[in-house]
Design a binder for this molecule. Structure first.
Ligand code: 5GP
Length: 354
């Protein structure tokens, strides 16, 4: 056993220090980035925020609306080919903003192949809870060999050496995050994890050294966290909970005590496993929870709130483009983030208040 003494940080441990700037308006900030990928021949440009490939958020309705704002959606891996085809017939322009997701089983691979061949999706999200297994590395190699021109995002991991391994094995983007998610219980179930801000900083450094990219996945609860993730070096940021509870998220609106909610659950929760596998296998424990999130109407309002916050972050440090944000950021360690005096005494309904 060994103890690493260096403190690792989370979003809540830091703030971004403001800097002198010549920008006069948030409207001058450009959030669009263009990426060339290490393995794939493609380039992509857009706002590098991705709706998580969870049942609730990785929907085609989400892809349609986020695509209109140049944001991405990783669809959940249970999406049927027929649904893809009818969606794209009506929304062909949305294709550029979608990842198709896959696990590592034989069935997953066959499904992935069908969707790529018949639907034409160009970006692949290979997602497992634990990206450290040799089985996963082999699967990334297999998918890269089968689809040399496609963009491959693979994860999740939280340390530089595994980021390097996945990039060398064929990933263009490595997904970072073990345990930070809003409906994740991995840390309490297993004691395993890594504070997300430090994970992003360390993994981005490792990836960029190899011309790879990283996607920070999980733990963002407010627009400021997204800004911190980009400032820490993330090329993409994936959101689950923040895109939860909208019209475009799966599930009916439920009324409880006069308030409206939608059901949201982790993809390793008992609820998800019962839904897709009939039950939880005896040898494993659930690592996700189920919650009711407040119903929040159309996701466009949340997107505008997030993008407005991000433009403002860039303005505070004088970054004219999102790309410049990390170069212009100095994080300061803090012991308090926000004034919470009215959080418990006053409930506001305004959009964006969380
Ligand atoms: P959020 O943005 O809600 O904080 O985090 C979303 C991320 O949590 C997802 O993209 C995924 O990586 C992770 N996640 C989703 N479901 C589960 C789960 O059941 N268990 C764990 N450990 N992580 C999950």
């Amino acid at each position: 056993m060994r103890i690493e003494q260096e403190v690792k940080l989370d979003f809540k441990d830091v703030l971004i220090r403001p800097k002198r700037s010549t920008l006069t308006s948030r409207a001058e900030v450009d959030l669009v980035r263009e990426f060339k990928f290490k393995h794939s021949d493609q380039t992509w440009s857009g706002v590098p925020i991705i709706a998580s490939n969870m049942d609730h958020t990785g929907t085609l309705a989400m892809a349609k609306v986020l695509g209109q704002h140049q944001l991405l959606t990783a669809t959940h891996k249970f999406m049927l080919e027929a649904d893809w085809l009818s969606f794209l017939r009506e929304n062909p322009e949305a294709l550029n903003y979608c990842f198709v997701s896959s696990g590592t089983g034989e069935k997953d691979f066959n499904n992935l192949q069908n969707i790529i061949e018949n639907v034409g999706v160009q970006m692949i999200c290979l997602d497992v809870a634990n990206g450290y297994s040799q089985h996963f590395v082999n699967f990334v190699r297999k998918v890269r060999a089968a689809f040399p021109q496609h963009v491959i995002m693979a994860g999740n991991v939280v340390t530089g050496e595994m980021v390097e391994e996945l990039i060398i094995s064929g990933a263009d983007i490595v997904k970072i995050g073990i345990g930070p998610g809003s409906v994740c219980t991995t840390r309490s179930k297993t004691g395993v994890g890594y504070p997300q801000l430090s994970a992003i900083i360390e993994c981005a450094d490792a990836a960029h050294g190899l011309k790879g990219l990283v996607c920070a996945d999980g733990g963002c609860t407010v627009p400021g966290d997204i800004a911190k993730a980009f400032a820490a070096g993330a090329d993409f940021v994936m959101l689950g909970g923040m895109f939860g509870g909208h019209d475009e998220s799966t599930g009916e609106v439920i009324e409880k005590n006069g308030k409206q909610y939608k059901r949201f659950y982790g993809m390793s929760s008992t609820e998800a496993m019962n839904k897709y596998h009939g039950k939880i296998a005896d040898y494993r424990a659930s690592e996700g929870k189920s919650v009711y999130v407040p119903y929040r109407g159309p996701v466009t309002d949340t997107v505008l709130d997030v993008l407005g916050g991000l433009r403002s972050s860039c303005t505070y440090v004088g970054a004219q483009t999102l790309k410049e944000l990390s170069k212009r950021t100095t994080f300061i360690r803090v012991s308090q983030q926000i004034n919470e005096i009215f959080n418990t005494t006053l409930i506001t309904d305004s959009i964006g208040d969380r």
